[in-house]
Design a binder for this molecule. Structure first.
Ligand SMILES: [Ca+2]
Ligand SMILES: [Ca+2]
Length: 352
């Protein structure tokens, strides 16, 4: 083949290759774009502010308390006791979050001055709001041969957490120590208190109407929660405006007497002409802490309103957390819960 022919051929091949590459790139770009548009909502992870975290340890030497892990100072450390003998392993740290966070990682800065106690083998457990500790990482290992920077354990997929337990199975030379701990995740904006911790494991005594149990965390003595399922549109649940704390959220617990998949609720506003307490915004929770996010019922009209759920939740106890109501109260005349298994339950049918 002549040299100029060869050159021409090479150019053609190059052009073909380039076209093929562009084609590949375009196809892959399009596919990515479609996937991004259709499926993913990218959550951006932030560092969880130390102000939302408290920590306790199963053991600590005097002056080496666990709070040294959250003080932003790499020179102050948590260390298990070493006298008269090193504390037996495992030892654990428990981090509690005052706001529910969806955790995506934990990073631990080892002590910088010597290697005693640097965490090398561990388990991680997460407690969801109202739940029990469940393992998310078992037999995690950190090594210090390459550097003594932050060591990270990824929590994949991220998990909503009220607490995280770091159980140290082995620290170097049989001690346990660390200088700082930080977390990344998504702040859910859901404030956790001892009360909300309790509510998703209902140890509540319910008043019952038929087979349905009802508990309101705030109710006026003459306007109890049971009024929402008594088949009478003239009787209402109303938060206590005389002695109640008046602080939102207000919660209504409906013990369904069995597990149901909730597809929505309907409720009737008070019928006496006043709008006080009519629900503006609420969140529905399952007894395992599954939630709908903030939902807004159709506009208050002093009649029947609906909250259909895009994401159905499965539960024995449905919790309706009212986060905003007219006049800073919460009230409701009647309620029906719509389920996948049995259609409408509670009293709705009687006056529909
Ligand atoms: Ca420190
Ligand atoms: Ca009623």
């Amino acid at each position: 083949m002549r040299a100029d022919m060869k050159e021409k051929q090479r150019v053609i091949i190059l052009k073909l290759e380039k076209a093929f590459l562009i084609c590949l790139l375009t196809a892959s770009c399009l596919a990515t774009a479609v996937i991004n548009a259709a499926v993913f909502t990218v959550e951006s992870y932030v560092e969880i502010p130390a102000a939302l975290i408290s920590v306790r340890a199963t053991d600590a030497a005097a002056d080496y308390g666990a709070q040294n892990l959250l003080d932003g100072d790499s020179a102050t450390i948590w260390h298990t006791s070493w006298q008269p003998a090193p504390a037996a392993l495992p030892q654990s740290l428990i981090f509690d979050f005052t706001e529910a966070v969806k955790l995506s990682s934990i990073s631990v800065l080892p002590r910088q001055d010597m290697d005693n106690g640097r965490i090398s083998l561990f388990n991680l457990y997460i407690k969801k709001p109202g739940g029990e500790f469940e393992a998310v990482v078992e037999g995690g290992e950190w090594s210090y041969t390459d550097n003594i920077d932050y060591k990270t354990a990824i929590i994949d997929p991220p998990v909503e957490a009220a607490s995280l337990k770091l159980e140290v199975l082995y620290g170097l030379n049989g001690f346990v120590s660390a200088a700082e701990v930080k977390f990344t995740g998504v702040l859910t904006g859901r404030v956790l208190t001892a009360e909300t911790e309790q509510e998703t494991v209902p140890k509540i005594s319910y008043d019952s109407v038929g087979s349905i149990g009802i508990y309101a965390d705030d109710e006026h003595p003459r306007y109890p929660g049971t009024h929402v399922i008594d088949n009478d549109p003239d009787t209402i649940w109303h938060t206590d405006w005389e002695t109640g704390d008046g602080i939102f959220p207000h919660r209504l617990y409906i013990d369904l007497g069995g597990e149901y998949t909730i597809t929505g609720i309907r409720f009737m506003d008070r019928q006496d002409g006043s709008q006080n307490g009519s629900i503006i915004k609420c969140i529905l929770y399952s007894d395992s802490g599954q939630e709908t996010g903030a939902v807004e019922p159709t506009a208050p009209n002093r009649q029947v309103r609906e909250i259909p759920l895009k994401r159905h939740i499965k539960t024995n106890v449905l919790i309706i957390e009212v986060t905003e109501g007219y006049g800073d109260f919460a009230s409701m005349a009647e309620l029906s819960v719509q389920t996948e298994e049995s259609g409408v339950i509670t009293s709705w049918d009687a006056f529909h």
